[in-house]
Design a binder for this molecule. Structure first.
Ligand code: NAD
Length: 283
């Protein structure tokens, strides 16, 4: 099997989803994060997510025990030496991503492709933190990963056509389709989505209406399955804030200034589903 062993760096919301999807499609997965506590939580999230997947896909015949056995959770980066492909999903923060890439560039075999799962950080910039910029590609997965059939693939300045082909084959092996776009801040999806969410937060902040009404308008009027603030809660308000800040800094354009209410909620620990409360309550 091509990409028999895949390294997944970061075991948060996205890392767990990517690892689950990979294991369900028969790959061996090595998941790396910084502490045993985070990894214990990731194991719990994986169990819950597998149960939800089985519930929504009754005919999938998914063997939960086999899927779980294919995933190795570790804090030891050196185990990434056996990876045939790496998907990085660490915190949306340039300083953290930069350190991670310098490390994995040293550990992983030179021919291994690095896929950057990011909401807005430049793929070209990530490539420059490695000695293999031609084999660094953006892979913007959607959440929850096992349920979403489409992935936005981003071509960095130095990404070669061979790497794009490799990325396509890798995603086909995960049962996904992809659309390839150029490297601009926020790519296509988040340049539109983050601005929409940020503007929705301004509406709530300005007292125009409440979060439930904003979401209801989008669902009832435009047939969206979720409103922008429900989507924000699903993604995580900290990730939203970081993404809007990246857009603001990258374009130097006031239209991307983060809503003060968004900053306040993140400072208060209201991060959305993952903390139990954001624009809506989950506990
Ligand atoms: P998260 O906060 O849930 O998880 C990030 C994980 O990275 C944490 O478990 C953290 O411990 C880990 N981490 C931090 N430093 C690390 C290091 N040095 N080595 C290994 N692990 C480290 O974030 P998330 O929502 O999973 O997002 C991860 C990435 O995916 C971000 O770049 C985000 O922008 C992107 N993304 C998120 C979504 C979403 O809906 N949440 C969607 C698409 C892309």
């Amino acid at each position: 099997m091509e990409f028999a062993t895949v390294g997944v760096v970061g075991a948060g919301v996205m890392g767990v989803g990517v690892a689950q999807n990979l294991a369900q499609t028969g790959h061996q997965v090595v998941v790396v994060d910084i502490s045993d506590e985070v990894l214990d939580n990731a194991r719990r999230e994986l169990r819950n997510s597998l149960r939800t997947y089985a519930l929504f896909n009754k005919n999938s015949g998914i063997d939960m025990a086999a899927v779980t056995r294919r995933i190795e959770f570790t804090t030891d980066y050196e185990l990434l030496a056996k990876a045939d492909f790496v998907v990085e999903n660490v915190t949306e923060d340039w300083g953290i991503k930069q350190q991670v890439y310098e490390k994995i560039d040293r550990i992983c075999r030179p021919e291994v492709v690095f896929a950057v799962n990011t909401s807005a950080i430049s793929i070209t910039r990530v490539g420059s933190a490695t000695t293999r910029a031609e084999r660094v590609v953006g892979m913007h997965f959607m959440n929850p990963v096992p349920m979403k059939p489409l992935v936005e693939v981003i071509r960095g300045y130095h990404t070669t056509p061979e790497t794009i082909d490799t990325a396509r084959r890798f995603l086909t092996g995960m049962g996904k389709e992809c659309i390839v776009v150029e490297d601009v801040p926020g790519f296509v999806s988040n340049r539109v989505l983050m601005l929409t969410i940020n503007e929705a937060v301004f509406l709530v902040q300005d007292g125009v209406t409440d979060a439930a009404s904003v979401d209801k308008i989008f669902k009832g009027c435009f047939d969206h399955r979720m409103g922008p603030l429900e989507t924000a809660d699903l993604i995580g308000l900290d990730t939203i804030l970081k993404s809007v800040e990246v857009l603001y800094e990258s374009f130097n354009d006031d239209k991307y200034r983060p809503a003060p209410l968004l900053k306040k909620m993140v400072a208060a620990g209201l991060l959305g589903r993952k903390s139990g409360e954001g624009f809506h309550r989950y506990r």
